[in-house]
Design a protein around this ligand. Structure first.
Ligand code: FAD
Length: 402
């Protein structure tokens, strides 16, 4: 068997890959992280980073770097349901605000942090195949921009290569809780559309759209319709997008007075969990758990995976626990933490009206500032929907409204 040059090879260097590489390198492991992209570069994703993601950047000593880019803080989340708006603070004491950094900014910052921690970063390197030996993954084979094929070996190959993961395709992990594509979303950037520190969402029949501030005094506006309308609307994305904004006439007026600064970008994604480990391999971020972007959870979920997976691999490498036990706990912790949000996300992504009892609860939340802050924290992924919508808490909110 070929000698391991690395403890870990991480494929993909964005929200999941670079933090995984950084955290392992900080523990003193020999890490190679590769990406076919070069940085800074953009990717198809909007980029609301909820307070739990901001808290991770602070834990890793990277928050000041984000602030230095001039990205404006977001201290209020407002969800406009038509008849009323629920507006609250999404943060906690430790992480009071959200940010909407451009991926060109955030991903570059993460790649640099991995490199500074001692990980070898190879940009412009495409992994073509996963190398197997003795029934396990032993490395990767790929090519740089010069075209020459290179093979590298490691104790573990971490697939942080997104929802089209080549690593996952090679190892064929068990896939569960699957749901199809539910909505398709389109976004672009506007100047002259100030948000005053607010992330705002509008929920309308068969439509949802949202706006928040990002770097360079720009505002991102994303909106979506049911996946079933993809084909019918694809010929005129701009027209359908602007027509959708008319469902909030005041906002539509503001957009009319603003200037569009970029082309439209759009996509639709399927929903699933994958078993995130096996002999010689692990998955983090979208490669292991993918869900609709309507609740914007993907980046902080990727951060959480990086921390859990790096800690489990450290235990494996030091011999503190077996790979099976440590990585099994990574999977169960991930699943337990995200499942209620996954259910909420995939329900919202249908764009169908919520059941009457849920509408009743939303009306009771409206106007009760504690409850509205609680709702904002759910939206932010800081409080579990299971906790907030528990019978006990819902009962308290309904009683207060009476
Ligand atoms: C339209 C849309 C809007 C979204 N909005 C938000 C939002 O507002 N907030 C939020 O938190 N999340 C959002 N998400 C989700 C978020 O984009 C993802 O969850 C997040 O990017 C996952 O990070 P990742 O590192 O796992 O994967 P990715 O960001 O997809 O990175 C994977 C990397 O792997 C590299 N790679 C892939 N294959 C190979 C290969 N064979 N060789 C070398 N490199 C390879 C790619 O080049 C890429 O750089 C959105 C997603 C979409 C689609």
């Amino acid at each position: 068997m070929a000698e391991n040059r690395y403890d870990a090879i991480v494929v993909g260097a964005r929200c999941a890959g670079s933090p995984t590489a950084m955290l392992l390198a900080r523990k003193g492991y020999k890490v190679l992280v590769v990406d076919r992209a070069r940085f800074p570069s953009d990717t198809v994703s909007t980029h609301l980073l909820h307070p739990p993601g901001v808290a991770a950047l602070r834990r890793w000593g990277l928050l000041d770097r984000l602030l230095a880019t001039g990205c404006p803080p977001i201290d209020t989340y407002a969800v406009d349901f038509g008849p009323f708006t629920i507006s609250g603070a999404p943060g906690t004491e430790k992480a009071p605000v959200a940010y909407g950094p451009r991926r060109t900014v955030l991903d570059k910052l993460l790649v640099d942090a991995a490199s500074e921690a001692g990980a070898e970063v190879r940009e412009g390197f495409t992994v073509d195949e996963v190398v197997l030996g003795d029934g396990r993954v032993t490395g990767v084979r790929g090519h740089g921009r010069d075209g020459g094929t290179v093979t590298e070996h490691a104790r573990v190959v971490v697939g942080a290569d997104g929802r089209h993961s080549l690593v996952a395709r090679a190892v064929k992990p068990e896939q569960y809780h699957e749901k199809p594509q539910l909505l398709c979303g389109y976004y672009t950037y506007w100047s002259g559309l100030p948000m005053h520190g607010r992330f705002k969402t509008w929920i309308r029949p068969d439509r949802a759209f949202a706006a928040w501030p990002t770097n360079d005094d720009l505002t991102l506006v994303i909106g979506g319709w049911p996946f079933a309308e993809l084909e019918a609307n694809r010929g005129d994305v701009e027209g359908n997008y602007l027509k959708m904004l008319e469902l909030a006439p005041e906002f539509a007026d503001q957009v009319r007075a603003a200037t569009r600064e970029a082309r439209f970008v759009g996509t639709a994604v399927p929903n699933w969990f994958r078993k995130p480990y096996g002999p010689g391999w692990a998955l983090v971020g979208d490669a292991g758990y993918n869900k609709d972007f309507i609740t914007a959870q993907g980046m902080h979920d990727a951060f959480r995976d990086a921390e859990l997976c790096a800690a489990a691999l450290d235990e494996t490498f030091t011999g503190a626990r077996s790979f099976e036990v440590a990585m099994g706990e990574y999977q169960s912790t991930r699943d337990q933490q995200v499942l209620p949000m996954y259910e909420l996300t995939t329900e919202l992504a249908t764009l169908e009206p919520p059941p009457p009892e849920f509408q009743h609860l939303l009306a009771a939340i409206h106007g009760n500032q504690d409850a509205m802050d609680g709702f904002a924290r759910v939206t932010a992924g800081a409080t579990s929907p299971a906790e907030f919508f528990s019978e006990e808490n819902a009962g308290r909110i309904l009683a207060a409204a009476r």
